[in-house]
Design a protein around this ligand. Structure first.
Ligand code: GAL
Ligand code: ZN
Length: 649
C-alpha cells in the first residue's frame, strides 16, 4: 500500500535530496507527487525543456524505493508564456485581467493555452513513458476556476447554447426571456452572466458550461497521456464538497478519484466524512487522498493551529475508514519562501525528523506497512444513500449565495443522524440504480427529472424507503419553478399535496410529532395536505396549525416520507432510528465524539473506531473483537485515549 508525500524538490538545493529520500524511507513514505507547479523549471524558455533535475531527484528517490506520481504542471503557466500570450490570463467578472503572480491564471477555453499545455504534457509523457518508477499521473491541480469572462469564453458559451437549444426561440422560451425584456434575436447577443442579479436559468447553464469546458480541457490531457503512457494511472485532485464542477462527469475518464483533504476542526468529523463519501461516490470506488493536511495553516482566509500529537494520524485513519486506498500528505517539508511559507509540512522548516508530523507519518508508515494489506481493496458497503446531483448542487448554491441556508448543512442533518449510529452512507445520483439500498434520502432536491422520478417510483414500489426533504421537486431542469401541484410527478408516491409554503428566516414555528415531542422548525416550511399519506408531525403555531409537517405514505412494497421543514438534529436522530432499525452495529456502543465506519472484503469486516476528541473516551463491546493495529483481543468496556483509533475485526 502506498503512503505518500507531496514533494517539491525544486524548492531545495539538490544536496538536500538524498537526506529527504532517506527520511522518507525511514518513515515508510513510498510514493511522492512531483512537478505539480514546476513548469518554469521544466520549460524555462519557450520550447526549451529541462528534465535533468527531475531525472536526478527521481534517481535519488528510486534508491530509497520511492515511486512517483507526476503532475502535469498546467495549474501554473510560467511568466514567459504569459508575457508572450497575455490573453491566456482570465478576464475576471469585474472586467479586469487577472495578473500574473498567483496560480490557476489561465482561461480554460484559450486555444493558445491548449497548444502549450499539450506540448509540455507530450514532452513529459514521452520522457517518462518507459520509466517504471512513475506509477501514474495527476492532471493539473484542483480544477475549478477562476471563471473567465473573455470574448472567447463568450463565443464558446454561445456555441454551447446553440448546440443545446438549437433555436433561439427554444432558448428564449426555456430561459423565460419574456421576463424583463430579455429575448435575444441572435446568438451573438447572449452575454456572459456578469451582472449579479440575473436569470437563474442563465446562471445554471453558465455553471454547466464552465464545468463542460473544464472537462474538455481535462479530457485533452487524458487523451495525450493515455496515448503515450497507457499503463500508468491518471487521476486528478478533487476538492470534496467544492460545488463548481460536475464532479461525476469529470471523474468518468480518470482511473480513480483522488482528493485534497484539509480538515479544519475535530468536531467536523461528519463534514469530512461526507466529503470522503462524495469522493467515493464519484466513481463508486475507493479513492486516494492526494493532499492530506499535516498540521498548521495560516492564510488570509484560514487559520489552523498546530495539531496536537495523534490528530494527524486520526484524520489519516478516517480517510481509510471511508474508502481511501492511499494517503499522500501535503507537504513533505514546510517551505521557507513563497505564499505558503506558513503552511506546515511533515518536516518543519528546519528539515529535521523532530516534528510531530514526522513522528506521526513514520508511525503511519509502519502501521500501514504492517496492517494495510489486510484491509487494502476492501469496500465500504452502505445500506443508505443520500442523493447528490450537481444540477441540484448548483441551483441550491444560487440560493446560498444570497444566504438562506447552507446546502451541505442540509445534507448533514440526515447524514449525521445515520452516521452517528455507525451506518455507512453512499452519495449517489438520483438516476443511479438504487435497489441495493434500504433507504434513499433526498434533501433539497429541487430538480427532479422525469428519469429520476421514474427511478424513485420504481425503487419505492419494490420496497425501498425514500425520504424527501422540503421543497422537493419545485424546479425543472431549466431551474424554472414547476407549474404542477407539488410534489409534482411524485404526488401519488407521497400521497400528499403542497399548495402553500413559507420561509422561516424570521419566524418561530413549532412542530409536534405524534408522540408529543415538540420541535422548532427552521429554513422552509411546506404545508402538507395529506391524501393517502399519514401525518407524523404537524405544525403547531399560528396559521399553520393543523397542517402536516412530516408525513409517510405506503407505496407498493415501500414507503415514501416527506419532511416538510427544517428541524433540530434531535428530530432527525429519532426519525432515522425509527425508520431504519436494525442497521446499526448493535455490538458496539459509542459516545458522540467517536466515529465508527466499516469496510469489508471476503467475509471480513473492519470496524474503524475513531475518537475525535482530545480527551479520553469509552466504548462498549457486546462481543469479542480482535483489534488489528495492536493485535489485542477486546471485549466489554474499552477506554480510548485522546484521538485513539481501533480497527476491530
Ligand atoms: C491545496 C492546494 C495545494 C496547497 C494547499 C495549501 O488546496 O492544492 O497546492 O496550496 O492547498 O494548504
Ligand atoms: Zn476566457
Amino acid at each position: 500500500m502506498y503512503l505518500g508525500a507531496d514533494y517539491y524538490p525544486e524548492h531545495w538545493e539538490k544536496e538536500r535530496w538524498p537526506i529527504d529520500a532517506e527520511l522518507m524511507q525511514k518513515a515508510g513514505i513510498n510514493v511522492v507527487r512531483l512537478a505539480e507547479f514546476a513548469w518554469s523549471k521544466l520549460e524555462p524558455e519557450d520550447n526549451v525543456h529541462d528534465f535533468k533535475w527531475l531525472d536526478e531527484v527521481m534517481d535519488v528517490l528510486n534508491k530509497r524505493g520511492v515511486k512517483v506520481i507526476l503532475s502535469t504542471p498546467t495549474a501554473a503557466p510560467p511568466s514567459w508564456l504569459i508575457n508572450k500570450h497575455p490573453h491566456i490570463l482570465p478576464l475576471l467578472k469585474n472586467g479586469q485581467r487577472m495578473a500574473f503572480g498567483a496560480r490557476r491564471h489561465y482561461c480554460i477555453t484559450n486555444r493558445t493555452y491548449y497548444y502549450y499545455s499539450e506540448r509540455i504534457i507530450r514532452k513529459l509523457a514521452e520522457h517518462y513513458k518507459n520509466d517504471p518508477q512513475v506509477i501514474g499521473w495527476q492532471i493539473d491541480n484542483e480544477f475549478g476556476g477562476p471563471k473567465c469572462y473573455c470574448d472567447n469564453c463568450k463565443k464558446e458559451f454561445q456555441h454551447w447554447l446553440k448546440l443545446k437549444y438549437k433555436t433561439l426561440e427554444n432558448l428564449n422560451q426555456s430561459w423565460g426571456n419574456a421576463f424583463w425584456s430579455h429575448d435575444y434575436t441572435s446568438w451573438e447577443e447572449i452575454p456572459l452572466p456578469i451582472v449579479d442579479y440575473h436569470n437563474p436559468t442563465f446562471d445554471l447553464d453558465f455553471r454547466r458550461f464552465f464545468s463542460d469546458m473544464t472537462l474538455k480541457y481535462s479530457n485533452m490531457q487524458i487523451r495525450i497521456l493515455k496515448s503515450i503512457t497507457p499503463d500508468k494511472f491518471i487521476t486528478h485532485n478533487f476538492m470534496g464538497l467544492f460545488p463548481q464542477l460536475n464532479y461525476y462527469k469529470l471523474a468518468e475518464k480518470y482511473d480513480f478519484v483522488s482528493w485534497d483533504n484539509y480538515p479544519e476542526k475535530l468536531e467536523n468529523k461528519f463534514h469530512i466524512g461526507l466529503a470522503h463519501d462524495i469522493m467515493r461516490g464519484l466513481k463508486k470506488k475507493n479513492f486516494w487522498v492526494m493532499e492530506e493536511r499535516v498540521s498548521y495553516i495560516i492564510r488570509e482566509d484560514i487559520i489552523i493551529p498546530t495539531l496536537p500529537p495523534g490528530q494527524m494520524r486520526l484524520w489519516t485513519y478516517q480517510c481509510y475508514a471511508h474508502g481511501a486506498e492511499a494517503v499522500v500528505y501535503f507537504r513533505w517539508r514546510a517551505c521557507s519562501f513563497g505564499i505558503e511559507q506558513f503552511d506546515s509540512g511533515i518536516l518543519g522548516h528546519d528539515g529535521t525528523d523532530k516534528s510531530i508530523s514526522y513522528r506521526e507519518a513514520a508511525q503511519m508508515g509502519s502501521e500501514i506497512r504492517r496492517i494495510g494489506p489486510q484491509f487494502e481493496g476492501s469496500k465500504v458497503v452502505s445500506p443508505a444513500a443520500i442523493v447528490y446531483d450537481y444540477d441540484n448542487v448548483w441551483v441550491n448554491y444560487a440560493y446560498q449565495e444570497r444566504p438562506m441556508y447552507n446546502y451541505p448543512d442540509e445534507m448533514l442533518r440526515f447524514y449525521k443522524a445515520i452516521r452517528k449510529r455507525g451506518i455507512n452512507v453512499d452519495m449517489v445520483k438520483s438516476t443511479d440504480e438504487l435497489s441495493k439500498y434500504k433507504a434513499i434520502i433526498a434533501p433539497l432536491m429541487y430538480i427532479v427529472t422525469d428519469e429520476a422520478a421514474d427511478n424513485i417510483k420504481r425503487y419505492v414500489e419494490k420496497g425501498g424507503i425514500f425520504i424527501a426533504g422540503f421543497r422537493f421537486g419545485i424546479k425543472d431542469t431549466h431551474s424554472n419553478m414547476v407549474k404542477s401541484v407539488l410534489p409534482g410527478k411524485l404526488e401519488k408516491l407521497f400521497g400528499l399535496s403542497i399548495h402553500t409554503w413559507d420561509n422561516l428566516r424570521e419566524k418561530k414555528v413549532e412542530v409536534k410529532d405524534t408522540e408529543g415531542n415538540i420541535y422548532q422548525a427552521d429554513t422552509f416550511a411546506d404545508l402538507i395536505t395529506p391524501k393517502e399519506a399519514k401525518p407524523i408531525a404537524r405544525y403547531n403555531s399560528n396559521w399553520y396549525t393543523g397542517h402536516t409537517a412530516v408525513a409517510v405514505n405506503t407505496f407498493g412494497k415501500g414507503r415514501a416520507y416527506y419532511v416538510g421543514c427544517g428541524l433540530p438534529q434531535g428530530f432527525y436522530d429519532r426519525f432515522i432510528e425509527k425508520i431504519l432499525p436494525g442497521l446499526a452495529l448493535e455490538s458496539i456502543k459509542v459516545p458522540d465524539e467517536v466515529e465508527i465506519a466499516t469496510r469489508g472484503k471476503k467475509g471480513k469486516r473492519f470496524v474503524f473506531v475513531m475518537n475525535f476528541s482530545a480527551k479520553p473516551s469509552r466504548i462498549f463491546l457486546k462481543k469479542k473483537y480482535t483489534e488489528l493495529i495492536k493485535g489485542e483481543r477486546l471485549e466489554e468496556k474499552i477506554d480510548l485515549g485522546p484521538f485513539e483509533v481501533l480497527i476491530l475485526m
